[in-house]
Design a protein around this ligand. Structure first.
Ligand SMILES: O=C(CO)COP(=O)(O)O
Length: 252
């Protein structure tokens, strides 16, 4: 059975002490909570990963990186490898976030390499994708999402999908306060499951967790998360305060 997941993408927020305080707050708030089938993940910036991994120890909080480079090692100033992440206890990496695609020129081709590199290193992937406003307005959203998935993930064999979490994040809903309606999210998530089922089989499609991301907050989470094919959220702004983030875990 697929898991529900509430994942906080802290982006370029929180210095060392703020990161430690935030994970401590989350850890304290969920201690003793019955999380049932729900995973809780936080994703601090690279420099604070190690400290957050340490703080999260002996708790249900898991820690993911926000990105990694596609090469094993070498002359790539400023970059971080899969092996480096693993060596500090990271098991999950976010790839393909729209901010990486937009501001750091990450193409489907680069993302395919990153996906392969992560899986080769036994890292689990939270793979992000989603259409831009213009594309939705022109009724191209299904086409765009299908091509993003096909281009970066459909070369994988069925077994590899055990290590894939999908995060549908319509670009027009990220940090804008505008969320996709629960119906729009459900419609897209059901479409994603359908194309995975067609490419692989119903089992692969049923087992993959598909998260929604884009202005999820305590006020709207319950309705979005209640949809059949929405298995939780990838949260930006509302993951930066322990109270808000824990309210989202409670909304699952
Ligand atoms: O980009 C996001 C998570 O990766 C969503 O960000 P917001 O929740 O701030 O809209």
């Amino acid at each position: 059975m697929r898991k529900n997941i509430v994942a906080g993408n802290w982006k370029m927020n929180n210095n060392l002490s703020e990161s430690k305080a935030l994970v401590k707050g989350i850890k304290k708030a969920i201690k003793g909570k019955e999380l049932k089938n729900t995973r809780v993940i936080v994703s601090p910036t690279y420099v604070n990963l190690r400290a957050v991994v340490k703080k999260a120890k002996k708790s249900a909080v898991e820690v993911a990186a926000q990105n990694m480079h596609q090469a094993d090692s070498g002359a790539f100033t400023g970059e971080i490898s899969a092996d480096m992440l693993k060596s500090i206890g990271i098991k999950t990496v976010i790839l393909g976030h729209s901010e990486r695609r937009e501001y750091f020129c990450e193409t489907d081709e680069i993302l395919t390499k990153k996906v392969d590199q992560a899986l080769k290193n036994k890292l689990e992937i939270i793979f992000c994708f989603g259409e831009k406003l213009e594309e939705r307005k022109n009724d191209k959203h299904f086409e765009i999402v299908e091509s993003q998935l096909k281009n970066a993930l459909f070369h994988l064999d069925a077994k590899a999908w055990k290590n894939i979490i999908l995060a549908y994040e319509p670009v027009w809903a990220i940090g804008t306060g505008e969320t996709a309606s629960p119906e729009q999210a459900q419609e897209m998530h059901a479409f994603i499951r359908k194309i995975i089922s067609e490419k692989y089989d119903a089992k692969v499609a049923e087992n993959v967790s598909i998260l929604y991301g884009g202005s999820v907050k305590p006020a709207n989470a319950k309705e979005i998360f209640s949809k059949e094919d929405v298995d939780g959220g990838l949260i930006g702004g509302a993951s930066l305060k322990a109270d808000d983030f824990v309210a989202l875990i409670d909304a699952i």
